[in-house]
Write a protein that binds this ligand. Structure first.
Ligand SMILES: CC(C)(COP(=O)(O)OP(=O)(O)OC[C@H]1O[C@@H](n2cnc3c(N)ncnc32)[C@H](O)[C@@H]1OP(=O)(O)O)[C@@H](O)C(=O)NCCC(=O)NCCS
Length: 153
C-alpha cells in the first residue's frame, strides 16, 4: 500500500538522493533539515520501506505554502504526484489552512499541469525568480482554495 507519512530526519539523505536524480535543481540536505527545524510539515510517499516521493509544506495564519515536492524519477507518470499533492493538501487543512500557495518554474509544464489538475490557479508571475543553468527563470505563482478542491484519491 502506498501512503503519505511524516518525513523523518533519518530519511533526508534518501530524499536528497531521490531529488538529485529527478530534477536539475534539487534541495540540499540543509534545506530539508532547516525546514523540519522550522516546524514545517514534510511528507514522504512510501510503499513499505521504499521512499517514492517527498513534499514540504509550511503553514500559518490560515495559509499554507507548498515549498517543494518531488517524485522519484522511476516512479513518475503513474499518479503518485497527484496522490502526494492531495496528501499535502489534506495535511494543510488539518493544520488549519484554507488556502495553499506555491511557486513553480515557468518552464516546468509537467508540475504546472499537475497543480492545475487539482484546482490551483495562476495568480501571478515573479520575474527572474529562480537561478537557471544559463539565465534566471520566472516563477509562476499559484493558489488553491483548500475548502473547494477535491482531495479524495
Ligand atoms: C512534477 C511531478 C511531481 C509530477 O509527478 P508525477 O507522479 O509524474 O505526476 P502524476 O503521474 O501524478 O500526474 C499528475 C498530472 O501531472 C501532469 N503530468 C504528469 N506527467 C506529465 C507529462 N509528462 N507532461 C505533462 N503533464 C504531465 C498531468 O496533468 C497529470 O495528470 P493526468 O495523468 O491526469 O494527465 C514530477 O514530475 C516530479 O517530481 N518532477 C521533478 C520535480 C519537480 O519538478 N517538482 C515540482 C517543483 S515545484
Amino acid at each position: 500500500m502506498i501512503v503519505v507519512k511524516p518525513l523523518m530526519r533519518r530519511q533526508i539523505p534518501d530524499v536528497v538522493a531521490l531529488e538529485r536524480e529527478a530534477t536539475a535543481f534539487p534541495w540540499t540536505e540543509k534545506m530539508y533539515t532547516d525546514s523540519l527545524d522550522a516546524g514545517y510539515w514534510g511528507g514522504g510517499l512510501c510503499e513499505g520501506t521504499q521512499l517514492l516521493g517527498v513534499a514540504m509544506v509550511s503553514s500559518g495564519v490560515g495559509e499554507s505554502h507548498l515549498l517543494n515536492m518531488c517524485i522519484g524519477l522511476d516512479q513518475q507518470g503513474r499518479g503518485l504526484g497527484r496522490l502526494l499533492l492531495r496528501g499535502a493538501c489534506r495535511r494543510a487543512l488539518e493544520m488549519g489552512a484554507d488556502k495553499m500557495f506555491l511557486e513553480v518554474r515557468a518552464g516546468n509544464g509537467r508540475a504546472i499541469s499537475l497543480y492545475r489538475s487539482v484546482g490551483f490557479r495562476q495568480i501571478g508571475i515573479r520575474k527572474d525568480y529562480y537561478p537557471g543553468v544559463l539565465n534566471r527563470e520566472d516563477a509562476v505563482c499559484m493558489a488553491l482554495n483548500l475548502l473547494e478542491c477535491t482531495l479524495e484519491c
